[in-house]
Ligand binder design. Structure first.
Ligand SMILES: [Zn+2]
Length: 163
């Protein structure tokens, strides 16, 4: 699903000032970088809320922020157990959106490694879900929530045999 980008793109993070011992995450050096780093860990981002509400409006009910597979310690943003559909709303920066994902120049190696690791984990998650008969749907945060919701609803209904 490729959509025209309408929202402001994240800017590159600034240079590393120090590293926290806990996770080796570079210290955010600008308000923009700080905001983005906080957003990564946060639930209920604006795109998540918009998509959840658009799917809900279309009459489907689902779990939020749940593990689709108990044995796999990774949560999906929306989970439809009966249809076995897991929806992930991926941040453009953190998951390396091909439409406009940016590769920061400062701390390039650290960021590249971080984003690549996320992409590999995403692909592995999808594979594991498929192996268990699930469908993984990935939506970029920049996508139109209404359009994403239509696709999600269509796939869920198809899988429970209601279309
Ligand atoms: Zn994007």
């Amino acid at each position: 699903m490729t959509r025209k980008v309408t929202r402001k793109l994240p800017t590159s993070p600034g240079p590393v000032r120090k590293r926290t011992r806990r996770e080796g995450v570079p210290e955010p050096s600008s308000p923009d970088a700080k905001r983005r780093m906080e957003t990564q860990a946060r639930r209920d981002t604006a795109p998540e809320i918009a998509i959840r509400s658009a799917v809900h409006k279309r009459g489907l009910r689902f779990w939020v922020d749940r593990r689709p597979l108990p044995k796999l310690r990774r949560r999906a943003d929306l989970v439809f157990p009966r249809a076995r559909v897991a929806v992930y709303i991926d941040g453009c920066f953190w998951h390396g959106c091909p439409s406009h994902g940016t590769w920061p120049k400062a701390n390039a190696d650290w960021w590249r490694n971080k984003i690549k690791t996320n992409q590999l984990r995403d692909a592995d998650t999808d594979r594991q879900l498929e192996g268990e008969g699930w469908l993984a749907i990935r939506v970029w945060e920049h996508e139109d929530p209404e359009k994403a919701a239509r696709i999600i609803v269509r796939d869920v209904l198809k899988r429970i045999g209601e279309v």
